[in-house]
Every structure is written in C-alpha cells, then in structure tokens.
Design a protein around this ligand. Structure first.
Ligand SMILES: Nc1nc2c(ncn2[C@@H]2O[C@H](COP(=O)(O)OP(=O)(O)OP(=O)(O)O)[C@@H](O)[C@H]2O)c(=O)[nH]1
Ligand SMILES: [Mg+2]
Length: 230
C-alpha cells in the first residue's frame, strides 16, 4: 500500500483522543498518525502520544492545524487522510476513502455525513443545511457533486500541495473542496456514518459562538474563492 498518513486536528480533546488514535491505528492502514494540537490546555498531547500518535504543535485555528500536519508529513506519504479528534468520524470508512486513490481513479475522496447514517444529535440542522447549500453553490460553479463539508476525507498529497491552501480556521475544509474542483481533480463523494463526539466539549457546532464564527468564515471563504483567483 502507498504511504498513508492520517492528520487529526485536536483542541482540548483529552477524553476522546486516545480512542480515536487507537481506532485509526487498528485499521492498520496508516503508516503514521499525526495529531495536531494547538494550544490545548488539557492533556490532549500526552494522551495522543500515549496512544501512539506523533504530536505536532501549531498556532490556534483549524486550518493552521491541518496545514501544520501537512508540513510535518514524512517524505514517504502519498495519501493524506483527515479526520476529527472527537471520535465522531468512523475510521472503518478509511478503506473506502483511500481505495479509489490507490486504484488511481480519483485524487480526492470525501465523506458525506448527510448521505450516510447519522447518530441522533450528531449533526445539527445548520450543519446539514449549510453543507447542502455549499454543495449546491459548488455544483453551479464547478459542476461537482458535494453534499457536505465533511472533515473526514482523503487526498493525494501532490495535488493538495498545489492547491495553495490559505484558510487558517474553519474555512479550510470548504477551501479544499472548492480548489480541488476548480483545479479539475478527480473527485468522489461517498456516504460515511457520523457519531456524536465521544466525550469532551464542542468547539464549533455545539456552541452559538462557534457556529457563528465558523459560519461567517465559511461564507467569507466561499465568496473569496468563487470571485477571486486565490
Ligand atoms: N487543532 C485544532 N483543532 C480544532 C480547533 N477547533 C476545533 N478543532 C478540532 O476540530 C474538530 C472539530 O471540532 P468540534 O468541536 O468537534 O466541532 P463540531 O464537530 O462542529 O462539534 P461537535 O458537535 O461537538 O462534534 C475537533 O477534532 C476539534 O478538536 C482548533 O482551533 N485547532
Ligand atoms: Mg465534532
């Protein structure tokens, strides 16, 4: 199998993180698991390390965390899988995400939680709705099918590095989807199941502030990339 690395952004996830790292390792798919901790004030880094992950530090921000993970990849890595550190993404779908890339038919394979089975309460209305709306807009802009801005995704390393990702916070996921479509990458969306977080506290969808900040950032990203070049 080609070199697969998993990048997990995690901010104050001491409760779920070890379980996530172990569940990912149990698939025996990745050669390395990188947990990017930016400013956790709890024992996230320690627990992640204890479960076998390599821990990288970065300044605060979801996009910065993902970018720091990419910067820390070992040279053998050819495929990158991203997933959240709260236990809500199910690693049993990792095969389905990477197989089309290994087979050479696709460059970017993204999960869709709206098309998969969602545990009750794992996604709120705003998340489902915004994923569908963003998908509709991207369909009009780039003729691609997306139904979610799912963080659980796999991409070939070389085209990702050419996308010049810039978003430093919650626009990162959408930016990757838009730029991948605009660059003509071969994209596939597959249904994935989604669970409630396995412990700890929500930073985004579970809080009014998180939802507002992420929502504004996502809209700004959409406008910037749809109307600009970068
Ligand atoms: N590194 C890093 N990770 C972050 C940051 N903000 C959120 N995360 C991680 O990103 C993932 C998504 O954040 P969540 O708080 O689960 O957001 P959500 O999925 O909308 O909300 P839940 O309903 O609680 O699952 C988790 O793994 C967080 O630990 C950040 O600023 N830096
Ligand atoms: Mg979550």
């Amino acid at each position: 199998m080609s070199g697969v690395s998993v990048i997990i952004p995690a901010l104050n996830e001491e409760e779920p993180i070890a379980g996530v790292v172990r569940e990912v390792a149990a698939t025996r798919i990745p050669d390395e698991i990188i947990v990017v901790d930016n400013g956790s004030t709890d024992r996230t880094a320690e627990r992640a390390r204890g479960a076998g992950a390599r821990v990288v530090k970065a300044p605060r921000g979801y996009g910065r965390a993902c970018a720091a993970g990419v910067a820390a990849l070992r040279s053998e890595c050819e495929i990158i899988v991203f997933l959240d550190g709260d236990g809500s993404d199910s690693p049993k779908f990792m095969n389905q995400l990477i197989d089309p890339i290994i087979a050479g038919t696709h460059d970017f394979v993204i999960g869709s939680r709206t098309r998969g089975q969602r545990e009750a309460g794992s996604m709120n209305f705003q998340q489902v709705f915004s994923g569908r709306i963003a998908g509709l807009i991207m369909r009009i802009l780039y003729r691609v099918r997306y139904t979610d801005m799912c963080p659980f995704r796999a991409i070939r390393r070389s085209p990702l590095t050419k996308l010049s990702m810039r978003e430093q916070t919650y626009g990162w996921n959408l930016e990757m989807q838009m730029k991948a479509a605009r660059a003509g990458l071969r994209i596939l969306e597959i249904p994935v199941n989604h669970r409630r977080r396995a412990g700890g506290e929500s930073k985004v969808s579970g809080t009014v502030r998180g939802t507002f900040v992420a929502g504004m950032r996502i809209i700004a990203t959409l406008v910037r990339i749809a109307f600009g070049k970068l």
